[in-house]
Design a protein around this ligand. Sequence first.
Ligand code: SF4
Length: 215
Amino acid sequence: MKTEPLPEGVLAQRQEGLYSITPRVALGRITLEQLNIINSVVQEFGLSGVRVTAGQRLKLQGVPADRLHEVIRRLGPVGEFCKYYVQACPGTTACRLAMQDSMAMGTKLEEFLNTLSLPAKVKAGVSGCSMCCSESFVRDIGLVGKKHGWTVVFGGNAGKRVRIGDELAENLDEDEALRVIGAALACYEREAKQRERTARFVERVGIEMVRSSIK
Ligand code: SF4
């Protein structure tokens, strides 16, 4: 029997017949309205709980299969899937060490990434200074705020084969940084194998291929 594909952002849990849903709360920012909706859905459907993930997202757990679509409907726009996660530190909105506005940059990057369909999972970390609290050098896309602008890093990974990302460009304003990221990802989308993360892709083809695509 052909099984129906799960909606984006829905994952089968280890326990049979239960699912988790990851609502779109970009950069871990949640409004009061979003919290109220999530809270009422958890109560109304008697869900087992909500977990904050490592990527600053929320996961609603314990959704029974027969109520999955109803829960998604009740979540409304909050239930939109956050395709590629972007982690950002507070930057100039709160941190005294910050050189750049990482929340604003992260918001633009998250919106941009969610328009793409890439060969594998892509994670991004946006840090407002060289302290790199958002672990920018071990993310597929990393941004580091410095005095004269953004440094773009590509191909990092913090998984079982750790890879430090390569710097592609520095001293960029927000639009220039997005252009460089867009060009690097276009190269990745064109040349990578299905499910090949950026770190493994760079190891296979060499960072010079990515660098030449951003010129
Ligand atoms: S990366 Fe820098 S700006 Fe961001 S929270 Fe850490 S110290 Fe502050």
